[in-house]
Design a protein around this ligand. Structure first.
Ligand code: SF4
Ligand code: SF4
Length: 392
């Protein structure tokens, strides 16, 4: 087996392993609630939390420190290997690629949009990015969640799927069906994380160079590119669309015609193996260090997510490290109630913990119970009665 074929297989093994691992984690959360929701393993949650983190030093509900760790790891990777996260790590991208591989085998051709329309639609992911970041930063909630196909994927078979993730489910199904006929449609047109990484990747070091003197113009590189870049027409691939998946390099039949290079006048070659395993190494080192230091959330019984998650078990779980925002979000109490009850004057006070506001957790527990009694409800019932609030 030649080296290129081996590298292709290694890439698929890595992507498949990550898809299986995240699927297992997602199922475990559905079955055993002590495992965190899949949001804890998504770097976009870290981006949505950025404003809350900078301004109030809190994370949005369901977002864990692991999302922020993955976000920084992904940005660090993008500064060196550009969108290598998309090409070699992201399981949602790989899921579409699997449907694409099946489509290539079954129907033997791709149905891509006319170039002009395709070029315009590719810009869609940038307003999508701005829209959902704006909403998340404004509402202090994961605004994208109901529309997120990755969340829908992990709720397949769950009773919450259609009530909480109907739009995400439709986007997932359309992305996979269309992915059978065309390449990675969600990645190309809609994914806000892809849009964000496309922007960061513009300053990324690793780029693909084509040696025009040895190129035989067979266009194999164009055919295998999962985002339809016309590699055979470029000297240097600088497009924000490039996923650094190395498929074009691994498919080129002429040695030393397509390869990765560093920037600058004296471009140095970077082997494909260094890009693939370098990306994997950055993620492995980051996740290992933060797991050992107990910052990466593998179980919901420690860390920041649990601070909010435990409230779903009832107001008796309210503790001094909960903020008023935690309580408002979980128990659906109108903020003006707290303004009057505790004479609050500043918006920032909602993001302080009960300890910082000198409010006894037992007092807050009484308040929540009393409000629910007056409404003739039980807190757990209002939340749907599920062990994790029925809203996970
Ligand atoms: S564009 Fe989005 S879905 Fe596609 S690989 Fe990148 S992060 Fe994943
Ligand atoms: S696959 Fe290689 S030889 Fe064929 S067109 Fe692309 S760069 Fe040229």
């Amino acid at each position: 087996m030649n080296k290129s074929r081996t590298l292709k297989i290694f890439r698929w093994i890595i992507l498949l392993s990550i898809l299986v691992l995240t699927t297992v984690l997602g199922r475990l959360h559905q079955i055993i609630k002590i495992y965190p929701s899949i949001d804890a393993f998504c770097p976009f949650g870290g981006l949505e939390s950025a404003w809350a983190l900078l301004r109030y030093q809190v994370l949005l509900k369901r977002v864990a420190l692991s999302s922020v760790i993955l976000l920084f790891t992904t940005i660090g990777t993008a500064l060196v290997f550009r969108r290598s996260f998309c090409g070699n790590i992201c399981p949602l991208g790989f899921l579409q690629e699997l449907f694409g591989i099946a489509g290539r085998k079954v129907i033997k051709r791709r149905f891509n949009l006319p170039v002009k329309i395709d070029n315009i639609l590719r810009y869609l992911k940038y307003p999508v990015l701005i829209l959902f970041l704006g909403l998340a930063w404004n509402t202090m909630d994961m605004a994208i969640r109901p529309y997120d196909p990755w969340v829908a994927f992990h709720h397949l078979g769950s009773e919450d799927l259609f009530s909480n993730s109907l739009a995400g489910f439709i986007i997932l199904v359309l992305s996979l069906i269309l992915g059978f006929f065309s390449d990675r449609p969600f990645c190309k047109y809609l994914c806000p994380m892809g849009g964000f990484l496309g922007i960061v990747s513009k300053v990324g070091i690793t780029k693909i160079k084509r040696e025009s003197s040895s190129c035989i113009d067979c266009k194999l590189c164009d055919k295998v590119c999962p985002v339809n870049i016309e590699v055979s027409a470029k000297e240097l691939v600088t497009s924000a669309e490039c996923l650094t998946c190395s498929e074009c390099i691994n498919s080129c039949p002429v040695n030393n015609t397509l390869f990765y290079v560093t920037p600058g006048k004296k471009r140095k070659r970077i082997p494909v193996v260094a890009v693939l395993f370098g990306t994997l190494a950055i993620f492995a080192i980051s996740v290992t260090i933060t797991t050992v230091t107990k910052k990466f959330l593998w179980k919901a019984d420690t860390g920041l997510e649990q601070k909010v998650e435990r409230l779903y078990w009832g107001p008796q779980r309210i503790k001094g490290d909960n903020t008023l925002v935690d309580i408002i979000q979980v128990y659906k109490i109108h903020p003006t109630y707290f303004v009057n009850e505790f004479n609050l004057t500043l918006e920032e006070e909602f993001y302080k913990t009960l300890n910082e506001l000198n409010i006894e957790p037992s007092k807050m527990e009484k308040i929540v119970n009393q409000l629910y009694e007056e409404a003739g409800l039980e807190p757990r019932k209002l939340l749907g009665g599920g062990s994790c609030g029925g809203d996970h």
